[in-house]
Design a protein around this ligand. Structure first.
Ligand code: GLN
Ligand code: ZN
Length: 759
């Protein structure tokens, strides 16, 4: 009998129960015991669900109250000194202090840094280590959750983040070598494994996703050393889990490690199966990641079955396990509750539960069950229906994409020529001031939107409300003395959802929540079909705002790469193709804005960098189509129309040529926290166009002074030419309050004026 399993399950709960309990606990409304009870209830429910859906073994210790990297650091006692007394006195409070920062009882410690988990939209907390760091076991989370699963009568496999990935994904606060800590860390792993064995665990899953990255010799050596040491421990069998890509040049390294099982991502890298089968030592279990843990489409079960048969024929059924490609953390729980979707579309979707059901069918078919044939046939029919569906295909879109030529992504003239035209049209002062788009989304704004959605605020009243908000925002910007105004984005819920809702080819779920970090979730749109813009999306708001003022009003759009990156994307065509379709739709919007008299248009691409593939060798291909898509969306306008773009949370050093190739007339970036260091990449590259390096951090309610901003602007001028420099905040102001926003922007405008006075 072929075993069905999975590497991890979404922990937040189908109705975001964990989010609610966590946030109530942080507000002091739910006790630690009640929170623990909710968490235990969710674990029980999720295990039962997995079992019902057809899993033979379930993961445990994949649950987390906040983040598994933090759990790992905490569980091995890698706790920064400032948080240690609290962690000793009250472990849960200490844990949340590391997750969220703490300012109480004389303790003042910011949260651990947060960063993206590989190329997903999940953010993990980066453990802080230092040279000579001690490790030991603290608490008994892995054991307790194993015992819980056992008490439910389940065959459970504890999940641990592997020692090498743990160190590679951590940082040292003293700049010392992370991997130098390996020999201090391994005894703690060995001890934990020993305890799990004593508790009855037959297998432990050790996640080593770093094995799919480009590894230098030191990291490869760390892998060999770590697993050689653990091989000698008295421990359960180990399933080494790799995911988010193929092993590539680490294949021999991975198959050579002395463990008892290996998990492969065969969705992203099906081609690696043969190489692994050829080199896998005898006896070793192979866990095949056959259905996509990163996306929400039903799988091609015939193709998956073919891979499974290939493995089985080579190494025998008892050594083959079936699983999703990676943890199911990245997909919602159950499609059954999505009763608002088009029924055809719904039938094409597989969330976490459905993915296990699919694996069950593949396993049964592999084992020769005839009942599986009907399920396979049904899956085949669904796939065919999707392939042929008029919901998916629009001939006109295909024709337009086929018609894309080099001219479509080229502005009419080069930047130098455009600059003259734009200066003539816009008549801006030196060091022009602007903002990134959104203004405070107050409770009043959110409430009006919610009431309109619920049907208690009629459209007409809602529109009038939004117009009043917009007008007020324009007046305030005029009073502050900003040069290029924005309408404030009051009509937008979210920078992707707002556009997705107005484009053909997008759908929205009711409960399709995916954890972003901690208690925060996102509900990504589903791009299921050819993208088309039935009608203008933003023109009405930009034109209205422009009608209120003689100053230039900046149109505000989310760029094609960011829309793609923050959605569930169709898997029946390359991402590049979907991105081009979005680019063409945005291009129409850009041209309509221009025709409506908007002379400055910003196309935000904050997610351009995060779309980078995990392997360097694939960067150029990605950047080529991503930049092309941006250019397609922007390039239709006249020379005198100024195109802006905006990127936050980005490093630019290694992508600066691609950023320059976007050829936006103006780019605004987040730089205040790095004290303008991020500008160095632009300076070194001799970036030719205009730049607005953010002069204040909008993530904090702190109001920066004119002097502080002036200081940052002088720093910027040390590396930029004066005619390149714009003055703006780091990002949009939607999370801020009005009072602090006004004060900060007044100071910012004063700083720009002071700079002008010095010319
Ligand atoms: N225009 C958007 C805003 O101001 C940009 C947001 C972003 O870059 N994340 O909110
Ligand atoms: Zn931003």
């Amino acid at each position: 009998m072929t075993t069905v399993t999975c590497l991890g399950f979404p922990r937040i709960g189908a109705k975001r129960e964990l989010k609610r309990a966590l946030e109530a606990h942080w507000r002091g409304e739910v006790s630690a015991e009640e929170l623990a009870a909710t968490a235990a209830r969710l674990r029980r429910r999720h295990w039962a669900l997995l079992k019902e859906a057809g899993a033979d073994t379930v993961p445990c210790n994949d649950f987390s109250l906040y983040d598994p990297m933090l759990d790992t650091a905490f569980g091995f006692d890698a706790i920064p000194a400032a948080a240690r007394p609290l962690a000793d006195a009250d472990p849960l409070a200490g844990y949340f202090a590391l997750a969220r920062g703490v300012q109480r009882d004389g303790i003042d410690r910011p949260a651990l840094e947060m960063t993206k988990w590989f190329d997903t939209n999940y953010h993990y907390l980066v453990p802080e280590l230092q040279a000579g760091q001690a490790f030991g076991l603290r608490g008994d989370k892995p054991l307790a959750e194993f015992a819980e699963a056992r008490a439910q009568g389940l065959d459970a496999r504890p999940v641990l983040i592997g020692p090498v990935s743990f160190l590679l994904l951590s940082k040292t606060v003293d700049g010392s070598d992370r991997l130098a800590l390996l020999d201090r860390l391994l005894p703690a792993y060995a001890e934990l494994l020993g305890r799990l064995k004593a508790a009855g665990a037959g297998w432990v899953q050790i996640d080593e996703p770093c094995l799919v990255l480009d590894l230098d010799a030191a990291a490869q050596a760390a892998y060999r050393h770590a697993y050689a040491v653990l091989a000698g421990a008295d421990r359960p069998r180990l399933l080494l889990a790799t995911y988010f890509g193929g092993l590539g040049d680490n294949l021999a390294l991975a198959t050579g490690l002395p463990v008892e099982g290996l998990h492969l991502d065969l969705v992203r890298a099906p081609e690696q199966l043969d190489g692994v089968l050829a080199t896998l030592p005898p006896e070793r279990v192979l866990s095949l990641g056959l259905v996509d843990g990163r996306n929400i489409w039903r799988a091609d079960l015939d193709a998956a079955l073919a891979l499974a048969r290939r493995a089985r024929d080579r190494i025998g059924a008892e050594r083959v396990w079936l699983a999703p490609s990676c943890s199911l953390l990245h997909v919602p729980v159950d499609v059954a509750s999505e009763n608002g979707l088009n029924p055809s579309l719904r039938s094409w979707l597989a969330f976490a539960r459905q993915k296990i059901e699919e694996l069950r069918v593949i396993a049964d078919a592999l084992d020769g069950s005839e009942a599986a044939d009907a399920a396979l046939a049904a899956a085949r029919a669904t796939l065919t229906a999707r392939r042929l569906s008029p919901l998916v295909h629009r001939a006109e879109v295909a024709a337009r994409v086929a018609g894309i030529d080099a001219a479509l992504s080229r502005r009419r003239s080069d930047y130098a020529t455009r600059r003259v035209e734009q200066a003539r049209r816009l008549g801006l002062p030196p060091f022009p001031t602007t903002t990134i788009g959104s203004f405070p989304q107050t409770g009043e704004v959110r409430e009006a939107r919610a009431r309109n959605k619920a049907g208690t605020l009629p459209d007409r009243d809602y529109e009038a409300f939004l117009e009043a908000q917009t007008e007020q925002c324009v007046r305030i910007q005029e009073a502050i003395g900003l040069d290029v105004l924005v309408h404030g984005e009051f009509e937008r819920n979210d920078m992707v959802e707002y556009f997705g809702e107005q484009l053909d080819g997008f759908a929205f779920t009711r409960n399709g929540w995916v954890q972003s970090y901690g208690s925060r979730c996102v509900k990504p749109p589903i791009i299921y079909g050819d993208v088309r813009r039935p009608q203008p999306m933003t023109v009405r708001w930009s034109a209205y705002a422009q009608s209120l003022t003689t100053r230039p009003m900046k149109g505000m759009l989310t760029g094609p790469v960011t829309v793609l990156q923050w959605s569930f994307v169709r898997d029946d065509q390359p991402r590049a193709q979907t991105c081009r379709q979005i680019a063409l739709a945005l291009r129409e919007e850009v041209l309509d804005l221009e025709a409506a008299g908007i002379g400055v248009i910003q196309i935000d691409e904050p997610a351009l960098r995060e779309g980078l593939p995990l392997r360097r060798a694939e960067w150029d291909a990605y950047l080529a189509w991503a930049v092309e898509a941006f250019r397609i969306s922007a390039a239709g306008v006249a020379d005198a129309t100024q195109i802006h773009t905006h990127m936050c949370y980005s490093e630019f050093n290694d992508i600066i040529d691609a950023v320059a190739a976007m050829d936006a007339d103006v780019i605004s970036i987040e730089t205040s926290r790095s004290r303008m260091e991020l500008l160095d990449a632009f300076a070194r590259f001799r970036y030719p166009n205009e730049i607005g390096p953010g002069v204040y951090d909008i993530h904090s309610p702190r109001v920066p002074s004119e002097a502080q901003m002036l200081d940052l602007l002088h720093k910027a001028l040390a590396v930029l030419r004066p005619e390149q420099l714009w003055v703006n905040p780091d990002c949009g102001l939607k999370t801020r309050g009005w009072t602090e926003t006004r004060t900060a922007l007044e100071a910012m405008v004063a700083a720009a004026r002071a700079l002008r006075a010095g010319l």
